[in-house]
Design a protein around this ligand. Structure first.
Ligand code: PLP
Length: 385
């Protein structure tokens, strides 16, 4: 048995994405910056990809910048804006405590350069309140960074309301949309964000390609670049483009246009089936950490009550792995020891409960039988005392 229920960590490359990428690794191998014949095809595909991705996100091609991953997109937006404003009056950044480290660590790093950082606490489902953000914005606030969908909980923040507040107060707004693109309807222009980050490997594309959206309202020559040494991507990112990866991302996005709704419906059915059966077996001894509304359908985060059930604390993903099922847990292995998840610690607090949690994330190829296998493995591992 080999069941993959960790699609929020990464997705397999769709077969047709792989086929689409191949020529850009072989006969169309040229450098898009070359003026000769071999450079033309790669240049064309990079620009076509930019157009198709922009169209899918409801924005203009010139607002799309290719990067190496979602982490790089977050770093570029946050550091790029901050470094361009170094020594200026606006030196305050607001974020929240359950951002992905690609945002949280980047913002905290800026503290070394004299930026003041406010880290807001979300509510018990991971929602960041627009009103709370409003109260923290001051005259010197430069940037607010709040993710759209949380990667551990699936919680969907109201980024439109946050954008409205930021625009009214003339503050830039960045949103990490790595987990939400392709998993829920998202039009970046309508959302009002100034910057958004996404990643190809979360949507059946290859690893090593990301996108940073920068609204045309932001003057890009006033954003410092992260990687120097070339004028690619309108001088925003030095380095030869990952042409095959960008082609793969283009194909992945074109598949989303036709398959996104059925992907979401599939995940919705699986989530409903799983939660119904789980709660009918464990009753109040299981807690659903993901919110029931304003949440992604493909992410289900649960905790077993370690005080009323026998749970192998911190070991659940490993025990499931032994049974051929891949999920992720309420802990991460760091320097050889199990550390409780920072996100869940913020939400749940009790360390034993955090260590008794798992994140199940479904995707395009997940089936009811996968959920049934997981249910039966859990019943085998987590028993009443
Ligand atoms: N942001 C979020 C919310 C994520 O879930 C991830 C990956 O898990 C990232 C950023 C980082 O993306 P990448 O792996 O492309 O660097």
């Amino acid at each position: 048995m080999n069941i993959y229920l960790d699609y929020a960590a990464t997705t397999p490359v769709d077969e047709s994405v792989f086929e689409y990428m191949k020529p850009y690794l072989t006969e169309r191998f040229g450098n898009p910056s070359s003026v000769h014949y071999h450079g033309k095809n790669p240049k064309v595909i990079v620009e076509e990809a930019r157009e198709e991705i922009a169209f899918f996100l409801g924005v203009k091609p010139k607002e799309i910048f290719f990067t190496g991953c979602g982490t790089e997109s977050n770093n570029t937006a946050i550091k790029g804006l901050a470094f361009a404003n170094l020594g200026e009056r606006k030196n305050h950044i607001i974020t929240d405590s359950i951002e992905h480290p690609a945002v949280l660590e980047t913002v905290q790093y800026l503290g070394k350069f004299g930026f003041y950082i406010t880290v807001i606490k979300p509510d018990k489902f991971g929602f960041v309140s627009p009103d709370v953000i409003d109260t923290y914005i001051a005259d010197n606030t430069l940037l607010v960074s709040v993710m759209h969908a949380n990667n551990e909980l699936g919680t969907l923040n109201d980024i439109k309301s946050i954008s409205e507040i930021c625009r009214r107060k003339k503050v830039y707004f960045h949103s990490d949309t790595v987990q939400s693109v392709g998993k829920t309807e998202l039009n970046l222009k309508d959302s009002g964000v100034h910057f958004a980050s996404l990643s190809a490997h979360k949507i059946y594309g290859p690893k090593g390609v990301g996108v940073l959206y920068i609204s045309e309202e932001v003057e890009v020559d006033k954003i410092d670049k992260l990687i120097h040494g070339g004028s690619q991507e309108r001088n925003m990112r030095g380095g030869t483009e990952n042409v095959a990866g960008i082609a793969g991302l283009r194909k992945a996005v074109s598949i989303l246009k036709s398959d996104m709704n059925s992907d979401i419906e599939n995940s919705r059915i699986l989530k409903e089936h799983f939660i119904k059966n789980l709660t009918s077996h464990y009753g109040e001894n299981v807690i659903i950490n993901s919110p029931s509304v304003n949440s992604l359908d493909n992410i289900i985060n649960i905790s077993f009550n370690p005080y009323s059930l026998s749970v192998p604390e911190g070991m659940l993903p490993l025990m499931l792995d032994l049974r051929g099922i891949s999920v992720s847990g309420g802990s991460a292995c760091s320097s050889g020891s199990l550390k409780p998840s920072k996100v869940l610690t913020e939400i749940i607090k009790d360390e034993r409960t955090v260590l008794s949690s798992i994140r199940i994330s479904t995707g395009r190829y997940s089936k009811i039988e996968d959920m049934d296998a997981l249910l039966s493995a859990l019943k085998d591992i987590v028993k009443k005392i």
